[in-house]
Structures are given as structure tokens and as C-alpha cells.
Ligand binder design. Structure first.
Ligand SMILES: [Fe+2]
Length: 135
């Protein structure tokens, strides 16, 4: 069963970033599926790496757009992105050294961070970018 389902209520009114968020939801669900299917650490590591690298790609794309249009919420967003990226990289390092496991606690944390970030910080940039002709 999917851990998280993207719905139009999560739209940030910028097509490119809605697509990114949908892909993030998909990658998180892939991780959930892999854990539920009790896949080995090699498979889990692969989905974890994929989720982390796509998250970094997405944050970079958003930040580029923030900078281009001088979005006023940029410092708050960049700080949130940096804090979350650090958590992900710390976890990835622990996982690789055998000192952490991907479990439901981690996935619930990721689910909660992602939905809260999209519904809060990200939704705030929609009207701003729309006013700049980006939709
Ligand atoms: Fe985002």
C-alpha cells in the first residue's frame, strides 16, 4: 500500500514543481514498498540513494527559481532545504556503515517532512511565481 498519495490539494500551482513533488512521492512509496517486501539492503540502499539524489536535484531547481525571481521566502526555504539535506546525508552515511535501518519511523518522518514542507513553505511560493508569469 502506498505510504503517501499526491493529490491536487498538494499543488503548489507551478507545474514543474508539482511534477517534482509527485516524483518525490513516488520515490518515497518505492522505498516503502521495498521495506514492506523485505528487500535486501542492496535494494534499499538503491532506493534510498535515488530518493536523496532526486531530493537534491529538486531543491536545486527550486532554489534556482527563487534566485531568478528574487523570491522573498528564499532564506527560509534554503535553510529548510539545507537542514533536511543534512539529515538525509547523515542518515545515508549511517545506513552505509550499518548503523541505521530504513524503517517505518524513518519513512513516517520523511512523509511528514515532505507533506508539511509542500503544504506550508512550498505552497506559499505559488502566488508569487504565478505573478511572475511562472505557472
Ligand atoms: Fe519542494
Amino acid at each position: 500500500m502506498a505510504l503517501i498519495t499526491w493529490s491536487s490539494s498538494m499543488s503548489v500551482k507551478v507545474k514543474e514543481f508539482d511534477e517534482h513533488h509527485q516524483k518525490l512521492v513516488k520515490l518515497l512509496n518505492n522505498m516503502h514498498d521495498a521495506v514492506e517486501a523485505k528487500k535486501g539492503n542492496d535494494v534499499i540502499e538503491k532506493v534510498l540513494n535515488e530518493l536523496i539524489s532526486y531530493t537534491r536535484y529538486h531543491f536545486a531547481a527550486e532554489e534556482k527559481m527563487f534566485d531568478t525571481h528574487k523570491y522573498p521566502g528564499t532564506p527560509k526555504q534554503k535553510q529548510a532545504h539545507a537542514d533536511f539535506t543534512k539529515k538525509l546525508l547523515d542518515f545515508q552515511a549511517k545506513f552505509k556503515s550499518g548503523n541505521a535501518i530504513v524503517d517505518i519511523l524513518l519513512m513516517n518522518f520523511l512523509k511528514s517532512w515532505l507533506t508539511t514542507h509542500i503544504m506550508g513553505d512550498d505552497k506559499q511560493y505559488g502566488p508569487f511565481f504565478n505573478s511572475k508569469g511562472v505557472s
